[in-house]
Design a protein around this ligand. Structure first.
Ligand SMILES: Cc1ncc(COP(=O)(O)O)c(C=O)c1O
Length: 384
């Protein structure tokens, strides 16, 4: 049987038009965009066009887009860049315990360097209250970093309300939009954020490319030094083919966005309804409504998430764990425990994320396979 890929939050298949757009920049148009000869100017023009496309799609100015190697680098650049640039003014950062590790580990590093970080509580659906953000900021707060959508549960945060608070207090607000861009409308100006991180491979672009939106008025210290590229914000020769592919993938995702959103929501809801109707003791994690259209984070009573994932993989269904592996030991998801789930329940979570390329047939087959695996695991654990 053809495998069923239900792990689109981890990565998405490359869009065929994005691949076609990238091809010439590997061989015929291989120039370095910093070179002044025609080979260089071909590559430079391609970068300029990609920057214009991305800026237009997120409501930014051309000069506000910095190309990076992906979400992790964008986030590191944003958090370290602003914190270090603003250190003379203050040393306090506000974030959530449910953020991606790219945010949490940079915050932990900054704490070791003398910063104070407030990790605000979230409700059982994973949402933070804007009032909690308002209460947490102080004269010393230089940065708020809160993701638009959570990668494990898909829960959305009240970004525009938080942006207003940041604006009133003159604090830089960064949002990690890695999971939402290409799926929901993401307009940096309308959201009111100061910085926004994105990664191409989450919206059917290539791996190893991303961008960081930095509002014109915001100054950052560059993370990578050694060249004037990206207006001195990020040294190093740009990955031209991947950037061209990223811009094309964003353009294509935006053109089909509303349709893709309806399709993903339909597939995700069919999957959940089918699971809930056929399997007892199934629980949904995350916000029932305010969440990404493709995210389904669930657990089954008495069924280890890891065992279920292995069973699904053996039957050709690709999904993700709700647990992380650290030094060979499985740990419950930091996202689910921060939402109040006991560790033993958080260990049972699995994440299924259909994408725009999945079919109804695949969803129906996946429901049958999940039912079979859950029954088998429950039977085996009763015998043990
Ligand atoms: C919310 C979120 N932020 C950041 C990242 C890191 O992105 P990248 O894989 O492009 O480094 C991911 C990747 O899974 C993510 O889901």
């Amino acid at each position: 049987m053809k495998p069923i890929y239900l792990d689109n939050a981890a990565t998405t298949p490359l869009d065929s038009e994005a691949l076609r757009a990238m091809r010439p920049y590997f061989r015929q148009k291989f120039g370095n965009p910093s070179s002044i000869h025609p080979f260089g100017s071909d590559a430079r023009q391609a970068l300029d066009r990609a920057r214009e496309t991305i800026a237009r799609h997120i409501g930014a100015d051309y000069s506000e887009i910095v190309f990076t190697s992906g979400g992790t680098e964008s986030i590191n650049t944003a958090l370290l860049g602003v914190s270090l640039a603003r250190q003379p003014r203050g040393n306090h950062i506000v974030t959530l315990p449910t953020e991606h590790h790219a945010v949490l580990e940079v915050c932990a590093y900054l704490e070791r360097r003398g910063f104070e970080v407030s990790y605000l509580p979230v409700d059982p659906c994973g949402r933070v209250s804007p009032d909690a953000v308002r209460d947490a900021v102080t004269e010393k707060t230089v940065l708020i970093s809160i993701a638009h959508a959570n990668n494990e549960t898909g829960t959305l945060q009240p970004i525009a309300d938080i942006a207003r608070i940041a604006e009133e207090r003159g604090i830089c607000f960064h949002t990690d939009a890695v999971q939402s861009i290409g799926i929901l409308p993401v307009n940096a100006a309308r959201m009111g954020v100061g910085m926004l991180s994105a990664s191409a491979h989450k919206f059917h672009g290539p791996k190893g490319a991303g961008f960081l939106y930095i509002r014109k008025s915001i100054e950052i210290y560059p993370l990578l030094r050694g060249g004037p590229q990206e207006r001195n914000h990020r040294a190093g020769t740009e990955n031209v083919p991947a950037i061209v592919g990223m811009a094309k993938a964003l353009e294509r995702s935006a053109a089909a966005r509303a349709e893709a959103e309806t399709c993903m929501r339909g597939l995700r809801d069919r999957l959940w309804n089918g699971i809930r109707d056929r399997i007892t003791g199934a629980h949904l994690h995350g916000h029932p409504l305010e969440r990404l259209p493709g995210h389904l984070n669930i657990r089954f009573d008495g069924v280890s998430g890891q065992t279920l994932l292995i069973g699904l993989a053996l039957e050709g269904v690709a999904a993700s764990a709700g647990a992380a592996c650290a030094s060979g030991a499985l740990l419950p998801s930091h996202v689910l425990t921060a939402m109040g789930l006991p560790p033993e329940e958080a260990m049972n979570a699995v994440r299924l994320t259909p994408g725009r390329q999945n079919t109804l047939r695949e969803i129906d087959s996946a429901i049958r396979i999940i039912e079979r695996c859950v029954r088998r695991i429950r039977r085996c654990s009763k015998r043990a």
